[in-house]
Design a protein around this ligand. Structure first.
Ligand code: ZN
Length: 347
């Protein structure tokens, strides 16, 4: 399967944080042929192990399988679903979205309803409708009907978006945060030749609500170094100042120097930079991120694990439609492989 097809499958799959089953199944399928051992831990992390030499370092790569989404918290007597947000979703992008409600009886299509402009009051036109005032319409007319359709409180809701290619080398889809990272992990393992280092390719759960899966996976694996593969904000669009988000699509993966959860270990940064330079892979450096990644938790495991982040520049993250450049994805795969090869020199 081509890289773009792997990404398409991963992006279209649903994996609202805490309900990662569909993505987990795909990760297992994709990783299996290219690892010596495949595990699933108690929280649901998928761990592919490529066994290396005893004397060589053990590297944990983490890409999170979950995506931000919604969860049903109430069913009105008229048959509408009220919801809460799981992970960082802006109220601005919710109204009028097409969604899928994942029930025990299967998936149901729905739409987050919004008032037609004709009946909007003057002050309503400029206002963002808050999530608690919104509802999902699944075509039911009363509560009992909703229940008969299989909906229960706690059911996850994802955005209904189909992966699409656009322009020369761009793709658009949902959940690129962090299915692009998952695709990189899968493809890096597929292309990885026999190397000295031991590699743990981990698809983590519940990153979007507090880096939870990575916390337990890192504790169990106790690697010598940890690298999160995640997305970062690409600011190369109108309305974003360079200082707010200096990373651009098409300029190669971004190496985090520091974010809200991590100051990248100098030895890891050195490894990543030199791997990129030696393999002539373009890269960007980034220092002012307000978010965090799985690497933040890996770094604080046990007595401390040197950690870093490789990110794919991504436009419109945490909205239903994100955009990445396939060349950046390709270069991130190359950088992951080059880092694995180079690791024994540094650890
Ligand atoms: Zn992420």
């Amino acid at each position: 399967m081509e890289l773009v097809d792997i990404l398409e499958k991963l992006s279209n799959a649903s994996g609202v944080t805490g309900s990662e089953d569909e993505v987990r199944a795909l990760m297992k399928e994709f990783l299996k042929p290219n690892v010596d051992e495949l595990q699933e831990d108690k929280l649901g992390n998928v761990i592919g192990i490529r066994q290396g030499k005893k004397s060589a370092p053990k590297i944990m790569f983490a890409a999170h399988m979950d995506e931000v989404g919604l969860m049903v918290i109430n069913i009105t007597k008229d048959g509408f679903l009220q919801f809460t947000k799981l992970g960082g979703v802006s109220d601005r992008i919710l109204a009028s979205q097409k969604v899928v409600v994942h029930t025990r009886a299967g998936s149901l299509p729905g739409v987050i309803g919004s008032k037609p402009p004709h009946i909007l009051k003057e002050e309503e036109r400029k206002k963002v409708i808050e999530a608690e005032d919104l509802y999902i319409d699944i075509g039911a007319s009363k509560k009992e009907e909703v229940e008969q359709m299989g909906v229960r409180i706690g059911d996850p809701v994802s955005f209904d978006v189909k992966f699409t290619r656009m322009g020369k080398e761009m793709v658009m889809g949902k959940a690129f945060d962090d299915r692009v990272g998952c695709a990189v992990l899968v493809e890096a393992m597929r292309r990885l030749p026999k190397v000295d280092a031991t590699v743990y390719a981990v698809g983590t759960v519940q990153e979007e609500v507090g880096l939870r899966g990575a916390t337990t996976a890192a504790f169990q694996l106790a690697p010598d170094l940890g690298i999160a593969i995640d997305v970062t904000i690409a600011g190369d669009v109108p309305g974003i100042k360079e200082v707010e988000a200096p990373i651009k699509t098409g300029n190669g993966p971004s190496l985090t120097v520091a974010d809200a959860s991590l100051i990248t270990h100098p030895q890891v940064l050195k490894l990543l930079r030199s791997a990129a330079e030696e393999s002539k892979i373009p890269f960007q450096l980034e220092g002012g991120l307000r978010g965090g990644t799985d690497a933040g938790k890996i770094a604080l495991t046990k007595g401390g694990i040197p950690s870093g982040v490789i990110s794919i520049p991504t436009r419109y993250i945490h909205t239903p439609f994100s955009v990445v450049n396939l060349m950046d994805v390709e270069n991130t795969i190359k950088l992951a492989i080059a880092s694995i090869k180079g690791a024994p020199k540094f650890f």
